[in-house]
Unconditional design. Structure first.
Length: 153
């Protein structure tokens, strides 16, 4: 293992979101569909609601709900996270040393037990924690470039 890892801090709320997105990477499309369902549930379908909506800026009729699918901040954020994680994992996979890729795969995508990960990757607990933080920091940098987060600390 490279003992020269540059370990830096990530704001805790961002670290939690990064971990959540990595753990739920395979479910991002389902999270998007769930959000769409929530938007649909808030739709007004009565004729009176439609007539009021014709002259309203913020309405919940079918046409506006469909438009919200493309402009909803939560849906856009989830899509950007999926794209960012794809790029991040692709770069890790293309690297000659696949240690980082397998750590992400085992820990977040396959939800393997930490002991099994340490055994498979020949790491101790301290090394595993350092690499985990380092990878989250790298993904945080990708998220800044993707404009998921506004600025670096």
């Amino acid at each position: 293992m490279n003992n020269e890892l540059k370990i830096t801090k990530i704001p805790i709320k961002y670290e939690r979101e990064i971990a959540f997105m990595l753990h739920n990477y395979n479910r991002i499309d389902k999270l998007i569909e769930k959000r769409k369902g929530t938007i649909i549930e808030n739709m007004n379908v009565t004729n009176g609601a439609y007539l009021k909506a014709v002259h309203s800026v913020h309405s919940n009729v079918l046409e506006d709900v469909i438009d919200k699918f493309e402009t909803d901040a939560n849906i856009l954020r989830l899509k950007e996270w999926k794209k960012t994680i794809n790029v991040f994992c692709s770069k890790l996979y293309d690297d000659d040393n696949k240690l980082y890729y397998y750590l992400i795969k085992y820990k977040f995508f396959l939800n393997m037990d930490e002991e099994i990960i340490k055994e498979r990757l020949n790491l101790n607990s301290k090394e595993l924690k350092q690499i985990d933080m380092y990878l989250k920091w790298i993904l945080y940098q990708y998220a800044i470039k993707s404009k998921i987060y506004e600025e670096a600390i």
